[in-house]
Structures are given as structure tokens and as C-alpha cells.
Write a protein of this length. Structure first.
Lengths: 75, 246, 346
């Protein structure tokens, strides 16, 4: 899964997410939230609020216990 | 576009069985990142405990063996003594390491085995659903201390790093936490240092990680993070407890 | 050239000659000479020796060394062997080869330090939790103490199963002339499971925990198939004067030594007596005993216990002929005269 060129991006592996919200409370831009949809394990999983606002700082990756987040950045 | 943060090679794609917000997955990833960064994945052998992390061998992408409850330090000793050029580490919880396995822990440390021990202290037995651990705080309610841990009935929480610091065989002991970004980054630094020391044959190291267990503590995630920060660190202060090379 | 050696030391030298790369042990009488011998010889050979903090630790160090793909062993005596049962169950579940030596002493509990054969049930029926078996060998001389480690390692590696040498305090302590014959030191069987770092291959895991639906049952079926093959192919025993003998003595280890003298004395008196000595206690030499039920009139099992192996003799005889028992428990040793008297009673 490769995000579009030159767009700071976050990839959320929704099946790995357990909706613990560690990333939600950590994101400095308050740019993550728990979504309405449920994954196959039965958890609501997180989603990004505004992709444009994400600056790929990676703090959400740092705190994720389930390696459910991947961060891409412009070179 | 370039991937800047992603699953380390030393982790598999298997989804963790841990509860939401649990610190185990975090520490698994930190260990995996360190092993990747040191380039030792193909010569690492891990030892999984009995407890919540019993399935750790599914999550790591290198050789891993199970061990009977509390015996990882003895198993690690057996492996390291016959394969001294491999990187050997144990990953143990508080019940495994400080209750049933205390003898193995103390003696592997005292022999100065050139191994790394990753010790998850969440002050409770997670897998068996919330009984008292040797590190349970005084007054803390668990399913076997329903009125709170009473020192007259169950003694005191054990400070593992401080205990092991008295042994001449230990080289590096640090206590960290994974309740916020700063502490997580620090934990990774400590784990990396411990593995580097093993690589350089510098002896026994143990990294104690204070970790949240929201469901068994009966707390929300936010309350759990606060409990680590305010209550656990009071009993178990963070920082380097011993470093003979400092 | 023959030399004089103590049983425990001969076993140590035999293990070294068999290629044992790592020894882990904890002191307990009457097997201390073995640990002490290894503490010197293993270091001379630049191999691994470690005095562990407990028998629990020792067996788990063996588990680790075995997982890492080397010939590893531990030794102890009865109370210490009880402590090793946890590790043995795990090793049987994980299918890890290793050598465990039990120089038996009197029990139950702390018992005494005299030779005994009261750990037969524990050794041959599993010992720890779960449906499993150890392969069990029974030496009765210093020569066999020297030769059996190589056989034990070969069986352990061939079947990926822990093997126990079930000796006793007497055979461990006696001094006897023995010959350092050449023994096999190669590593037998495949090594596709060894944990030595995943360089150039996929990572491996060793585990006995099988939580997936049906996985543990499937694993047990696989283990039982292996045990069946072992039972069919590895029954070993020594027969002396058993052909056409009326009375067959069945005894192993030190008891078999006394039975041998009793048999000779009985034959001098004109009694038709033979001796069958199991070399493997598990698998038990069922076939050899069953065959003798055609010609023998009765069996007499002699043990340094209250009667343990006799149950397996009865199963092998399967009611076709009477099976008698004579034993001394608590570290007592049957004498030639006592056995002769029992023979004459039949």
C-alpha cells in the first residue's frame, strides 16, 4: 500500500488496531479519532481526521502497541 | 515518498493477542527495532515466558523458544553457554521473573551471564486475569487481594533492579516506562544499550519496564497511564539503577 | 586395557566420549562423583560445565542447550529428579533430546542415600504432567555406565526425546574394572528444528503450548505414533540361561547383579533358573518376556522397591504364568540367600 506521491501520509492497518486510543491522546495535532466502523476483531479502529494536517511526526507510531500505523514522508 | 516509521523486520505480521492499550506490544516492537538496528536478527535467540507474553514467539521474526514458568534465565544460560556468539535475551513478566523464577533470575544475574533480560512490570498477573504479583503496590486491589495488598498478609512489592544491583555479577540495570512518548523513546534507548553491551561481551543487563494493564487494573487507558506516572514510579523510580561502565 | 573406575565417574567419561557438549548439575548424594568428575573433565575438554542453583535450573539449562542443538546432560538422584519433572515434561512436549541420569536413592521424601530402585514408576510412566514417555536405560555395571551415555544420546537424537539412564546408588558407587571401548559420538537425526539464529533460513520456534483448535490433540497423536515406533524397535534385554528354564528371574540394575549370583547358586542346586535383565525399562522388553511364557513355569521379579517393575512384567506375561515378586524398599538390598529362598518357595 503506497500513498500518493508528495503527500505526507499515515497508513492505518485497521485489522491490527484495537482502538486503544493511545495515538489519539498522543497526536499533537489532535488529528486522529476513533472511527465508527468495526474491524474483524470487533474493535472500532482509528482514522485520520484531516490528512492534509498530518506532518508525519510519527508519534502515533511510537505509542501504538499493535504496530498498526505506518508513516510516510517526503524525502 | 519514503516510509519513515513501519513494522521492523524483526516482527512478524501476526496480530497481537494483547488487550487494547497493553504495553507488551510496545516493548515487543522496541526490542525488534533494536535488533534490526544492531543487525543481529539472524543471530538472535529469544526466550518467551509463561504469562501474557507466552505467544511472543509468534510476534518476533527470529528464533524463539518457550520456557517453563520462571525458567527463562536458566534456558538462556544453557543457550548462551553453548552458543556464546549469539544474542540471547529473555522477555519476562513480573510473576515469571520475580515470583516463581526469582531463584533463576538472581543466580543468572549473579553469574554475570552475558544475556539481556527484558522485564515487564505491570504489578499484576495479566494472563490469569488479575491476581497479585510480587510487584503489586501496597493497597492495590487485585483478584487475590480484594481488600488491597496488605503488607502483613502479602509482604511488600519487590524492587527487582535494586535487589539485583547488590550482586557483583550485574553490569547494567535500568528502569523505564512506556506510558508516554518520552518514556517510550527512553525505554528503547535503554534496551538498545543493553543489547549493545551483550554484543560487546559486557555482561548481564536487565531493563525493567513499567507497563500499563488497563483491563486488569480496572482503569481506563488515561487512568492507567496516570497510574504508571504517579503511583508506580513512586514505588519503582525510573532511571539507571546500576551501570558499572558509567 | 582395563582400568578401575567408579560407576559415576565411568558414566561421566562415557558421556564425554559420546560427545556431550554441556553438563549442568546440582550436588546430591549418591551421584556427586559424577558432577565433580564433569567439573574437571569438561573444562579440560573445553566444553560447558555449570553447577546450577537448583535441579530446576539445571534441567532448564539442559533444555536451552538442547534447543541450541548440542548434546546436553544433567544428573541427579531421586529427590532432585522429582524437581526435574517439570522440565522433562516440557522437553518431551517440545521433543528435545537430552540425557538425564538418575542415580536412585531411597525414598519417599528425603529418604536415605542408599541405592534404591523406587523411581521406576516415575521414570517409565512419564513422571511429569501429560501423556509422554522418556526412553529409560538401566545399567548394572561400571562398564555399562560407561557405554550407555552414547546409546542414550543416539536414541535421544534419533527420536527427539529425552532419555534417562536409571542407575542406582550401588552401581554409581562401586569400583570395577572397565574398558574404555570406542563409543559413537556423532549427532544422530535431523537438526531442522535447532535454534541457532535464523541466518539463511526462516525463523524457528520451539514450544509445547498448542492452543489452536485441535493442535494439541494432533501433537499428542504424533507423539504416541513415535512412542509406538520406539516400543516396536528399541526393546532391549539380556537373557542368561532363559532357554527352557522353569523359573525366570526378572531384574535390572543392581538387583540383576544379585539375581545373577542367585541364579548360579540355584542352578548348582539343580534348579532350572534363568535371568532376564531389561536394558531398556521403557520401552519394556515385553516381546522377550512374552516369548518365555511358552517354556517358563513361573516368573520372579526382584527389585529394590516395594514392587514397581513387577507390574510391567505381569502385563507382559498377561496371566499366562504366575508372576512372583520379591523386593526390599527404603534402600534395602535383596541378598542372594533371600532370592534363593524365594526361588525355592515357587
Amino acid at each position: 500500500m503506497k500513498p500518493k506521491e508528495s503527500m505526507p501520509k499515515i497508513v492505518i492497518y485497521e485489522q491490527k488496531c484495537k482502538g486503544c486510543e493511545l495515538c489519539v491522546i498522543t497526536c499533537p495535532k489532535k488529528n486522529l479519532r476513533l472511527g465508527q466502523k468495526i474491524n474483524k476483531k470487533g474493535y472500532h479502529y482509528i482514522e485520520i481526521v484531516d490528512l492534509e494536517k498530518c506532518n508525519s511526526c510519527g508519534l502515533c507510531y511510537q505509542v501504538c502497541p499493535d504496530v498498526a500505523i505506518e508513516i510516510w514522508k517526503d524525502k | 515518498m519514503k516510509k519513515v516509521y513501519c513494522k521492523p523486520e524483526s516482527m512478524t505480521d501476526i496480530e497481537h493477542k494483547y488487550c487494547p492499550g497493553c504495553g507488551h506490544g510496545l516493548v515487543h516492537r522496541l526490542v525488534a527495532e533494536v535488533i534490526d538496528e544492531l543487525g543481529v536478527r539472524e543471530r538472535t535467540i529469544g526466550i518467551a515466558p509463561v504469562g501474557c507474553a507466552v505467544f511472543a514467539y509468534d510476534y518476533w521474526n527470529f528464533d524463539v523458544t518457550e520456557a517453563p514458568h520462571g525458567r527463562p534465565p536458566a534456558v538462556a544460560t544453557g543457550i548462551k553457554r553453548v552458543l556464546p556468539d549469539r544474542i540471547v535475551f529473555t522477555y519476562q513478566g513480573d510473576g515469571d521473573l520475580a515470583a516463581i523464577g526469582m531463584a533463576e533470575t538472581v543466580h543468572a544475574a549473579n553469574r554475570g551471564e552475558n544475556i539481556t533480560v527484558i522485564f515487564i512490570n505491570n504489578a499484576i498477573y495479566g494472563m490469569t486475569t488479575g491476581q497479585m504479583a510480587p510487584t503489586t503496590l501496597l493497597g492495590m486491589k487485585t483478584t487475590t487481594t480484594p481488600f488491597g495488598r496488605d503488607k502483613n498478609l502479602a509482604g511488600y512489592p519487590i524492587k527487582v533492579c535494586e535487589l539485583l544491583a547488590t550482586l557483583a555479577g550485574t553490569a547494567y540495570l535500568e528502569r523505564c516506562a512506556v506510558n508516554n512518548v518520552k518514556n517510550i523513546i527512553n525505554t528503547k534507548k535503554a534496551i538498545k544499550k543493553a543489547f549493545e553491551m551483550q554484543k560487546e561481551n559486557k555482561g548481564y543487563s536487565l531493563i525493567e519496564v513499567l507497563s500499563q494493564c488497563p483491563p486488569n487494573w480496572g482503569l481506563s487507558l488515561k487512568e492507567s497511564l496516570k497510574f504508571v506516572q504517579e503511583d508506580m514510579t513512586k514505588q519503582f523510580p525510573l532511571g539507571v539503577i546500576k551501570d558499572i561502565y558509567a | 586395557m582395563k582400568k578401575l573406575m567408579k560407576g559415576n565417574e565411568a558414566l561421566g567419561e562415557g558421556a564425554i566420549k559420546a560427545g556431550c557438549a554441556a553438563y549442568f548439575g546440582y550436588p546430591i548424594t549418591p551421584q556427586n562423583e559424577l558432577t565433580e568428575y564433569m567439573s574437571k573433565r569438561m573444562l579440560e575438554e573445553k566444553r560447558v560445565f555449570l553447577q546450577s542453583e537448583s535441579e530446576l535450573a539445571a534441567i532448564n539449562m539442559v533444555l536451552g542447550a538442547s534447543a541450541a542443538g548440542v548434546k546436553a546432560m544433567t544428573s541427579s538422584s531421586s529427590p532432585g529428579i522429582s524437581l526435574k519433572q517439570e522440565g522433562l515434561s516440557y522437553m518431551a512436549g517440545c521433543e528435545l533430546p537430552a540425557l538425564i541420569v538418575n542415580v536412585q536413592r531411597g525414598g519417599p521424601g528425603l529418604g536415605n542415600i542408599a541405592g534404591s530402585q523406587a523411581d521406576y514408576f516415575q521414570a517409565t510412566k512419564g513422571g511429569g504432567h501429560g501423556d509422554y514417555h522418556l526412553i529409560v536405560l538401566a545399567p548394572s555395571s561400571v562398564q555399562e555406565m560407561f557405554e550407555m551415555p552414547a546409546q542414550a544420546f543416539a536414541l535421544a537424537e534419533k527420536y527427539r526425546n529425552p532419555v534417562m539412564i536409571l542407575a542406582d546408588g550401588v552401581v554409581g558407587q562401586i569400583l570395577e574394572p572397565m574398558e574404555e571401548v570406542k563409543v559413537d559420538s556423532t549427532y544422530h537425526g535431523d537438526r531442522s528444528w535447532v535454534l541457532d539464529g535464523c541466518q539463511g533460513r526462516a525463523p524457528r520456534k520451539i514450544r509445547s503450548l498448542l492452543m489452536e483448535e485441535g493442535a494439541l490433540e494432533e501433537h499428542n497423536i504424533k507423539l504416541q505414533k513415535k512412542y509406538k515406533v520406539i516400543k516396536e524397535q528399541e526393546q532391549r534385554c539380556q537373557k542368561q540361561n532363559t532357554e527352557k528354564a522353569d523359573i525366570i528371574l526378572v531384574a535390572y540394575g543392581t538387583s540383576a547383579r544379585v539375581c545373577y549370583s542367585a541364579m548360579l547358586a540355584a542352578r548348582k542346586k539343580g534348579l532350572s533358573v534363568g535371568l532376564l535383565r531389561p536394558l531398556t525399562l521403557w520401552p519394556f522388553p515385553v516381546k522377550a518376556i512374552a516369548e518365555l511364557t511358552g517354556t517358563a513355569k513361573a516368573f520372579l521379579t526382584v527389585e529394590m522397591s516395594a514392587g514397581q517393575m513387577v507390574e510391567d512384567v505381569k502385563l507382559a506375561v498377561n496371566g499366562r504364568k504366575p508372576v512372583h515378586f520379591y523386593g526390599r524398599a527404603g534402600g534395602g538390598m535383596p541378598t542372594e540367600e533371600e532370592i534363593l529362598k524365594e526361588i525355592e518357595k515357587i
